[in-house]
Design a protein around this ligand. Sequence first.
Ligand code: ADP
Ligand code: MG
Length: 244
Amino acid sequence: MSAVLRATGLWKSFGSRPVLRGVDLSLSAHEVVTLIGASGSGKSTLLRCLNLLEPIDDGQIFLGEEDISDPRVDANRVRARFGAVFQSYNLFPHLSVLDNVTLASRVVRREPRRDAEERALALLERIGLAEQARQHPDRLSGGQQQRAAIVRALAGDPEVLLLDEITSALDPELVGEVLDLVRQLAADGATILMATHEMAFARDVADRVVFLDAGTILEEGPPTQVFGAPRHARTRTFLSRVLP
Ligand code: ADP
Ligand code: MG
């Protein structure tokens, strides 16, 4: 099976401190992979390296057939093939929800506004945010903002969705609606790599769980294996700290 995204031997340091130490990771089409690991283990750095927000020191990244780690690639063009959502501050505060969602289509892909808005409204409708389309993000709840950010990430028909702790800035009662949307996207066949500290979600929705420990993938496998029968003592220690 050909990989949608494949990274091999990724190394990344900040100053003299290695943060990614030889990471190999690949995602097949429609696969949902959750990335777990202690704070500081390198989850965000890995996601940022994959969509070229951070330069890597060594290794290769393939998106489909293309070697996107080739220094000659146009990083903006490559990033438009990913959908990325972060912990917070995903939406431009001075633009309406609709303009946020359609911005990339209009500006990067030069799609006519009417077409972009039609598709955006259909997406917003599907997740119950059509009424908020003309409002500014500060009028929305945190959960609605993150759902709108996910819709914006989807608007460009991304090959892979990268989600980085997208619920960690939310009040607990708002987490469910955002995770429900991710669950729906997964069921619809999206290819997703998601760093999360929502362990129940990581277990329930993932096809595969990847445990990152100090910049290396210590263990990965189906959720039943990683959560039910972890192979490494460090995985067990981590899980015993984060599982209820
Ligand atoms: P995680 O997302 O798993 O919590 P991060 O990838 O954010 O981990 O961070 C991994 C390590 O890299 C941390 O020690 C963090 O302080 C460091 N780090 C992350 N980004 C930078 C940066 N831009 N400059 C320097 N150090 C960084
Ligand atoms: Mg992080």
